[in-house]
Each structure stands twice: as C-alpha cells, then as structure tokens.
Design a protein around this ligand. Structure first.
Ligand SMILES: [Zn+2]
Ligand SMILES: [Zn+2]
Length: 264
C-alpha cells in the first residue's frame, strides 16, 4: 500500500488561527512549511481510504480527482471529522460514502447536526464496528485512551501493517502500546507536544498527550518504522532545522510532513 500524509498537524494546523508563537509567525511568512490537520490517504491495490476527515480536507484533496472509497474516523475532536461537511449536498453530495466508525462515534454523528443530516440524507453510510473489510483492505479500529467528551477514540490498523494513532492521552494509560506498535511495520504516532510548558497559560493536564522525548525513549528499540505526527503549532519539531528534529532523527524516528509518502 502507499500512504500519503495529507496533514501532519494537531487539529488546528500551522499557522493556527489567532496564534502568534514564533513557529506560527515563521509558517505565516513561509519560512517554515505550513501544516494541515492530521490525516492519511491510504492507496491499496483496489481502492483509497481516507483516515480522518478534518477541517482542511478541501485543501488536502485539491490535487485529487474523485472520492475516497471509504473514510475512517478516529474520534470526534474537530481536527478529525469536521471535513465530512464536504461530502454533503453543498459539496460532493456523495451517494452513501462508507464511513467506518465505532458505535460511540456513530451515536455522536447521528445525534448532532449537521452530521445527522449527512447520514439521514444518504450522503454518508455509517459502517459501525471495530473490524471492516473495505477497498481491498482489512481495517481494525483499536480503542485508545483519549479525552472522551464526545466519543471514544481509536487507532486505525490497515492490513496489520500500517498503524495510525494521532491522539492518545498517555502511553502508560494504554498497556497494549508497545505490543500494538511492534506488530505493525509503520506507525504514525501522536507527537502533539515536545514539552510540558509548551502552551503558556493552558494547563496541559487538561489536554494530555505523551511528550515526544518520552515516546522516543519508550520505543527506541522497536523495529517498527515510527513516524511522528499530529504536531501542535508550538512543537519545535515543526521546524525541520531545529535541534529537536535532529535529536529524533538521530534516534531513528521520522517526523511527518504534509505530502510525505510511505510505501508499505
Ligand atoms: Zn487531534
Ligand atoms: Zn483528540
């Protein structure tokens, strides 16, 4: 399969609306690459899967024709599903586009507008469950701990080879982490924050994520190709020339960027 990183940022992208962090300013003047909300395109021998449909979907899909064969959603935070609006009647008006979701995510979508109308009006056809066969691939949704005010959260496994895990509260809260990551050839993992004091004025206990140095330490001996993604606009890894980027590269980890491709 061929994987294209459509977006490599935390939900709100880089530069983030209203933010004036030096990384935002650098991206604004194009001294750094801009990043859109985390999403992957997976091309199998017979079809295309879109993993997460975020607010930047129109821009992410601008160079592509047609539609994905199915959309897979990880959870109901804004960077991961709000792009579904582009499949509604004001946009692609898709006839029953398959959307793979957990039962909790299905309940969320069918309980709130405008998502409810996308389902009842027939633009989206929810495929509810944790195991799916679609577009020539086997897709498993693996529950992971993450702030659950709207839905549960899953990692996505495609053909037991690719793992997409954009959001998790902590590695300690998920005892299966090492085994699940080790079982895949390539894993795109949550790298939202580099350090605890990265977002001034905001209590990071309210927005928990593993810190990148901890992730690198934990998984340094794993044979899996680990690609760090879902970078917050404050994360120094947004700058490919930063000392932090050199540090993770030296440890054998990669940092995702918009447009990156990986063959598995
Ligand atoms: Zn997110
Ligand atoms: Zn989230």
């Amino acid at each position: 399969m061929r994987v294209t990183v459509l977006g490599s940022a935390q939900d709100a992208g880089l530069p983030q609306v209203g933010a004036d962090h030096p990384l935002d300013e650098a991206a604004r003047r194009r001294a750094l690459p801009r990043r859109t909300a985390s999403s992957l395109l997976v091309e199998t021998a017979t079809g295309r899967l879109l993993l997460d449909a975020g607010p930047d979907l129109r821009q992410q899909w601008a160079d592509r024709r047609g539609l994905p064969d199915a959309v897979v959603l990880t959870h109901a935070h804004m960077g991961h599903y709000t792009g579904l609006v582009h499949f509604g009647e004001e946009g692609a008006n898709t006839p029953g586009l398959p959307v793979l979701v957990t039962p909790a995510m299905a309940t969320f979508l069918t309980s709130h507008e405008p998502w409810r109308t996308l389902v009842t009006g027939g633009c989206l056809r929810l495929s509810v469950g944790f195991d799916h066969d679609v577009a020539g691939a086997s897709v498993r949704l693996i529950p992971v701990p993450h702030r659950g005010e709207h839905s549960d959260t899953v990692a996505v496994s495609v053909d037991d080879a690719l793992l997409y895990l954009p959001d998790i509260d902590s590695w300690d809260a998920w005892p299966d982490a090492l085994e699940v990551i080790s079982d895949h050839r390539v894993a795109f993992c949550d790298a939202t924050f580099w350090s605890d004091d990265e977002v001034p004025g905001r209590d990071q206990a309210q927005i928990p994520h593993p810190l990148v140095p901890d992730t690198v330490t934990r998984f340094t001996d794993v044979a899996t190709r680990i690609v760090l993604t879902h970078l917050n606009h404050t994360n120094p890894l947004c700058d490919p020339a930063s000392p932090e980027a050199a540090e993770v590269a030296a440890a054998g980890f990669e940092v995702a960027f918009d447009g990156m491709t990986v063959s598995i």
